[in-house]
Design a protein. Structure first.
Length: 170
């Protein structure tokens, strides 16, 4: 995730579900800035991040003997600052789970560059991340890129799809 490359202005949106917080803290702001560069003006980043600063290794993750999970969270104010420094305007902020104590922060930022113009267009076929395939989200008419096995039963995207979302595998 920290080293993946895409062309500038390749996507309308990017999603980071619990992935940024598995990178070392110094790399997280760099990834947020890089994602901003991949987005068109008006593009959005949805990220689930930490609420409280913490770096730790969780041993026997989810009950699996020998499995270890690395976590590195900044506090939510720091994430807001990183979003803004990368050129995002925070549009929404929430909590996951909603009643989490502390849970995680959910941030949705809009890339506010060049007047914040939105560009809603289909993705060229060569912009599909390696190991991923496009699939159409029936609820929002959005094309989502994810590992192929995730969408084994999903219908193929149509040329008329108007939005593009990329989920970067961690």
């Amino acid at each position: 995730m920290a080293s993946v490359e895409f062309e500038p202005r390749s996507f309308d949106a990017a999603i980071a579900f619990f992935s940024l917080i598995n990178l070392p803290l110094p790399e997280q702001s760099v990834v947020i800035e890089r994602v901003a560069g991949w987005l068109v003006p008006g593009g959005r980043l949805l990220a689930i991040v930490g609420k409280l600063a913490s770096t730790r290794i969780e041993r026997n993750f989810r009950g699996v003997t020998g499995a270890a999970m690395y976590w590195s969270h900044a506090d939510v104010k720091t994430y807001r600052d990183w979003f803004e420094q990368a050129g995002f305007v925070i549009e929404e902020e929430g909590s996951e789970p909603r009643t989490g104590s502390p849970g995680y922060a959910v941030l949705i930022g809009r890339r506010d560059e060049e007047g914040g113009e939105e560009s809603l267009r289909g993705a060229p076929e060569d912009s599909v991340p390696p190991g991923c395939q496009p699939a159409r989200d029936q609820r929002s008419s959005t094309t989502v890129f994810a590992p192929a096995e995730t969408f084994a039963r999903a219908p193929a995207p149509r040329a008329s799809d108007s939005k593009t979302v990329v989920s970067v595998p961690s």
